[in-house]
Design a protein around this ligand. Structure first.
Ligand code: GLP
Length: 243
């Protein structure tokens, strides 16, 4: 682990504040910056903090652009479990970001490869991601990049593993309702971000966190590629910190 800065905080709320500091700094330095956003339960304290800080006049999202990591294949943007809906409800509807400045992959696209290329092109037109937020799955997936024999490059369609389907079934009525595929930024897309902040909380993430930053770089642990990124900040709580 050469480049990673590690910040260990007491609990998820403190994680939210520490991560919000990075976003506040990035947006103050570049009001039209491009942020990469993530779903899952882990970022929720951060999103609450960002909403509070804009209300308190500390952050201005009106010129910020955002690109989300991933979306379930086959879910419409207004489906209750879609990641677009998650972002609207947990962040976008409560801040001044302009709707046209938020992008989430389109799970319903008929031509998925063309949509993926357009997604990459949009990020490139914006000048690339300045600050990318990541959570982590129990198998080391980032976005929906699951363990594979090689690190996938750009935005693409993926088949979800049984472990991920099982972990995400809590959001659906039954496991059969969980989509079996998704569209995700690739490892290459993620690694092209200028800065990355990974947030990890809870004892159930301790082992995968150890493998990510203190184990070998291995596509079977997709998150381990982050050891090769020059500017990663890991913010984890005491429960998740492996030492
Ligand atoms: C999903 C998302 C990931 C996220 C992961 C962990 O699979 N695609 O981006 O990191 O869930 O979610 P949680 O934070 O709820 O553990």
């Amino acid at each position: 682990m050469i480049h990673t800065r590690v910040i260990v905080v007491k609990n998820p709320d403190e994680m939210g504040k520490a991560a919000a500091d990075l976003f506040e700094t990035a947006i103050a330095a570049k009001p039209a910056c491009v942020i990469g956003l993530a779903t899952g339960s882990t970022p929720l304290p951060l999103y609450r903090e960002l909403i509070a800080r804009e209300k308190a006049g500390k952050i201005d999202f009106s010129r910020v652009r955002s690109a989300n990591l991933d979306e379930y294949k086959g879910l419409a943007p207004d489906h209750p479990q879609s990641y677009r809906k998650f972002m609207q409800e947990n962040l976008f509807d409560h801040i001044s970001i302009k709707p046209e400045n938020t992008i989430v992959p389109l799970g319903l696209a008929e031509d998925i490869p063309a949509m993926c290329q357009a997604y990459e092109d949009q990020i490139e037109d914006w000048g690339g991601v300045d600050l990318q937020l990541l959570g982590i799955g129990h198998d080391g997936h980032i976005g929906f990049n699951e363990p594979e024999d090689t690190f996938p490059g750009m935005t693409h369609e993926v088949k979800l593993t049984d472990m991920t389907i099982d972990a995400n079934k809590r959001f659906f009525d039954s496991i059969d309702d969980v989509p079996k595929a998704a569209v995700t930024m690739g490892i290459g897309t993620i690694m092209a971000a200028k800065k990355i902040v990974m947030v990890v909380t809870g004892a159930d993430k301790k082992e995968i966190l150890r493998k990510t930053f203190w184990g070998p770089v291995d596509p079977q642990v997709p998150s381990s590629i982050l050891q090769f990124h020059p500017d990663v900040t890991l913010i984890c709580d005491e429960a998740a910190y492996p030492f």
